[in-house]
Design a protein. Structure first.
Length: 240
């Protein structure tokens, strides 16, 4: 196991979607396309709200990712049309889902150089939710796979999830840090587990991932972009 400049921080976890590469923008684009398919049944806001309701209901069944999103679009189309959705629309929805699953990866600014800068000194773990095949595809296309010491693709991110992962790949959550764009999934539960939670805001965040920033938590930090992370890690290490 690698040790950083200060032994108290040994492991850094990174979220993937909308932290290392773009993701939510493709869901928004597909949502717009979906609303256009059903325009005669309501405006964009109404259809988007019905789709979000379906996604919330289905998370426990389908989990996170494009396949669950596609199934939720089909379910919403059936509901909005009173069960009379044309087969051609179902075909368009399935095609939109396939396009999402094959969309090229777009790394976010500073992602690669930041991971490279930390890879030699800390044990780096990619911790992401979603479909196994899709997340593996994106990591491979990103060209960053070799920089991580471990990859964990999980069904959800909770304090128990982080406690388990950081104990497996480090010295426990107290010696670990989680970096991501979602306060609900990446930051709050990591802090609850006893680790550091570093928030890197993204201009687009799924409504289900919204949460209040734990501004009173001693181990909460927020940075403007990933390029600021190496200096923050150094400052935390020195303070320790």
């Amino acid at each position: 196991m690698k040790n950083g400049p200060a032994s108290h921080l040994t492991t850094i976890g990174f979220d993937a979607d909308d932290t290392l590469w773009q993701n939510e923008q493709f869901f928004r684009m597909t949502e717009k396309r979906f609303a256009e398919m059903l325009a005669e049944h309501g405006d964009h806001e109404h259809i988007a709200a019905r789709l979000l309701e379906a996604e919330r209901r289905n998370l426990a069944l389908y989990g996170f990712g494009i396949k669950g999103f596609t199934l939720s679009m089909i379910e919403t189309a059936v509901e909005i049309t009173g069960g009379e959705v044309p087969g051609s629309i179902i075909g368009e929805i399935l095609a939109a889902g396939r396009e999402m699953l094959s969309h090229p990866i777009e790394p976010l600014p500073h992602a690669r150089e930041t991971v490279e800068a930390l890879a030699g000194s800390y044990h780096l773990v990619l911790i992401t939710k979603g479909d196994l095949f899709d997340q593996e595809r994106k990591l491979a296309q990103s060209g960053m796979g070799d920089l991580f010491d471990a990859v964990e693709i999980v069904s959800d991110k909770t304090a128990a999830t982080y406690a388990r992962i950081f104990s497996r790949h480090g010295r426990g959550p107290q010696s670990s840090m989680m970096v991501g764009n979602s306060l609900k999934s990446d930051v709050v539960p990591a802090i609850e587990a006893g680790g550091w939670g570093i928030h890197v805001p993204h201009e687009l965040t799924w409504a289900i991932e919204h949460a209040e920033a734990p501004v009173e938590a001693p181990r909460f930090r927020q940075i403007a972009h990933l390029g600021e992370l190496p200096n923050l890690v150094e400052a935390i290490a020195k303070a320790g």
